[in-house]
Design a protein around this ligand. Structure first.
Ligand code: FE2
Length: 436
C-alpha cells in the first residue's frame, strides 16, 4: 500500500490486523460558537470547562461559555491547568471534576489543557490511584474499565493533535519523567477545531506547534509497521500506538504535504489566513496519524531535552521559568534521527521529504536520510528556529545524561524503524547539537 506496499508484508510473529480509530471532527472558522449545540447533542447538562490562565486572555473561553449558556447548559470553569502538566496538577484537576458533578467536559486550550481534561474525566469517572492507568512499567498500565463522559476538545494551537488522540502526557514529578496514560476511551467525543484561533498566535508558537505536527506525521509514517509488532494476546487490547498502518499513512502524507507548503508562510505572516487555517487542519491530520501509529525517537528524545533544560527561555513564551516548547524539543532532534533511521525504511524517508517539498530529482534511497534532514533544516532556518541543541544551551558533554533521560521512553523507542539503544541515543544527541 502507499508508496512502498511491501512495508506491510505479513511476518510470522507480527500482528495481522490494525485498528482504524476514526475521530469525530468539526472544522471551520467560527465553529467554537457551536459548542453549546454540540454539547446539547451529546446530552450534556452540566459541563466542566477546562482552560489555563494564558488562554483566558483570549476570547475563546468566553465564546464557548456563552454558547453553552445559550443552549441552557450549566457550567463551571477550571482555569488552573498547568502548562506541561504534572501528576499533582492532574490530581488537582480530577478533584475539581469529581466535586463538580459534571456530565460532560469541554477543554479550550493547547495540548496541556486537553490532556488535563482527559485525565480529569478519567479519574472522576473511574476513581483510582493516579498510577493505576499510567503506562507500564512506570505505572500499573491498568485498562480503563469503561466509557468516560463526553468531552469536546477545542484546540487553540495548531499542532498538538491532542483533540483526536487517546493519550494524556504529564510529568511524574518525583521521578522527573514524562509519562502518560493511553486508551482509546480517553479520546474526546468531538474535536471542535476553529482555525480562526490561529490568527492570534505568536510566530514562535506557530513554528513550535507546526514542527510538532510535522514530526507527528513523519514519525507516524516512518514508524515500525504494525505487521512487525507483536500480535496482542487480547485482540480487544491492541495498543493505541500500533505502528504505521494504511490509515495513519493517509493522514500523515496529507499533513506533510500541507505542512511543507504552509508552515513557513504561517510563521512569517500572522495575516496569512490561508496558511494558518491549513496548519490547523494539518495539525489535526497529523494527530490522527500519530494517534493510531505512535511516534518514535524524536519524541522520546524531546522529553529528555525538555527535562534537562538549564536557562533557555524561548521568545514569545512566558519568561518566568526556563523551558523548551514541546515542538522545539522534538524538531531539534529530528534531522539527526532521520539521518540514522533512514536505512530502516529509506523509501518512506525519501517520500516524506518529497511531501515536505524537497527536490529529490536524481536521488537514490541511499540519500534518503540526508535529503529529509536537509529539508527539515531548511524549514528551521526559514522560520528563524534555533540551529540545534547547542543553541538552547546544551553541549556534547550532556549527551550521556540526555540519552539516560530518553532511554526509559521504551513505548516510543520500540516504535522506531531501527532498533535503538542507549549508546545510539547519545550519538543521536551529539548529532543534533549544531546543524548550521
Ligand atoms: Fe508532539
Amino acid at each position: 500500500m502507499g508508496c512502498c506496499h511491501h512495508y506491510f508484508t505479513q511476518t510470522p510473529e507480527g500482528d495481522d490486523a490494525f485498528v482504524v480509530d476514526a475521530s469525530r471532527i468539526v472544522f471551520g472558522p467560527g465553529c467554537l460558537a457551536e459548542a453549546g449545540q454540540h454539547a446539547q447533542a451529546l446530552g450534556m447538562r452540566r459541563v466542566g470547562v477546562f482552560t489555563d490562565r494564558g488562554v483566558l486572555g483570549h476570547p475563546y473561553v468566553e465564546t464557548v461559555t456563552r454558547a453553552l449558556a445559550a443552549a441552557g447548559i450549566d457550567f463551571a470553569v477550571y482555569d488552573q491547568v498547568k502548562v506541561e502538566p504534572t501528576d499533582g496538577s492532574f490530581q488537582d484537576a480530577a478533584r475539581f471534576a469529581t466535586g463538580g458533578r459534571f456530565d460532560g467536559f469541554v477543554s479550550v486550550g493547547g495540548g496541556s489543557v486537553i490532556d488535563t481534561c482527559k485525565a480529569a474525566n478519567l479519574y472522576s469517572s473511574h476513581p483510582a490511584d493516579l498510577l493505576a492507568y499510567v503506562n507500564a512499567p512506570i505505572g500499573e498500565g491498568r485498562a480503563v474499565p469503561g466509557l468516560l463522559k463526553p468531552h469536546i476538545a477545542c484546540p487553540t494551537t495548531c499542532g498538538t493533535g491532542s483533540e483526536v488522540t487517546g493519550v494524556a502526557v504529564f510529568d511524574l514529578s518525583a521521578k522527573h519523567l514524562k509519562t502518560g496514560i493511553s486508551s482509546r476511551l480517553l479520546k474526546p467525543a468531538l474535536a471542535l477545531v476553529d482555525p480562526a484561533v490561529a490568527a492570534s498566535l505568536p510566530a514562535t508558537v506557530v513554528a513550535a506547534s507546526g514542527f510538532d505536527a510535522l514530526s507527528h506525521a513523519l514519525e507516524a509514517y516512518t514508524a515500525l509497521p504494525y505487521t512487525r509488532r507483536a500480535r496482542p494476546a487480547n485482540a480487544a487490547l491492541r495498543p493505541v500506538y500500533q505502528g504505521a498502518n494504511p490509515w495513519s499513512d493517509a493522514s500523515a502524507l496529507q499533513a506533510l504535504e500541507s505542512i511543507g507548503t504552509h508552515l513557513v508562510r504561517a510563521v512569517r505572516d500572522a495575516g496569512d489566513a490561508e496558511a494558518r487555517t491549513e496548519m490547523m487542519y494539518a495539525g489535526t491530520l497529523a494527530g490522527i496519524a500519530f494517534g493510531t501509529a505512535g511516534c518514535h525517537i524524536p519524541h522520546a528524545m524531546s522529553y529528555a531535552v525538555a527535562g534537562l533544560v538549564r536557562d533557555y527561555r524561548p521568545p514569545e513564551y512566558p519568561q518566568d521559568h526556563p523551558m523548551v516548547p514541546h515542538g522545539m524539543a522534538v524538531i531539534l532532534n529530528a534531522p539527526s534521527v532521520y539521518r540514522w533511521t533512514a536505512p530502516g525504511c529509506p523509501e518512506r524517508h525519501l517520500h516524506g521529504a518529497q511531501c515536505l517539498g524537497a527536490d529529490a530529482r536524481g536521488a537514490t534511497i541511499v540519500d534518503a536520510g540526508e535529503i529529509l534532514a536537509q529539508r527539515i533544516i531548511a524549514m528551521m532556518q526559514e522560520t528563524l528556529f534555533p540551529g540545534g541543541l547547542a543553541a538552547i544551551g546544551f553541549g556534547e558533554a550532556d549527551a550521556p545524561a540526555l540519552a539516560e533521560g530518553a532511554h526509559p521512553q521504551q513505548r516510543l523507542l520500540t516504535n522506531s524503524p531501527r532498533p535503538v539503544g542507549k549508546a545510539d541515543l547519545a550519538g543521536l544527541f551529539r548529532g543534533a547539537m549544531q546543524y548550521w
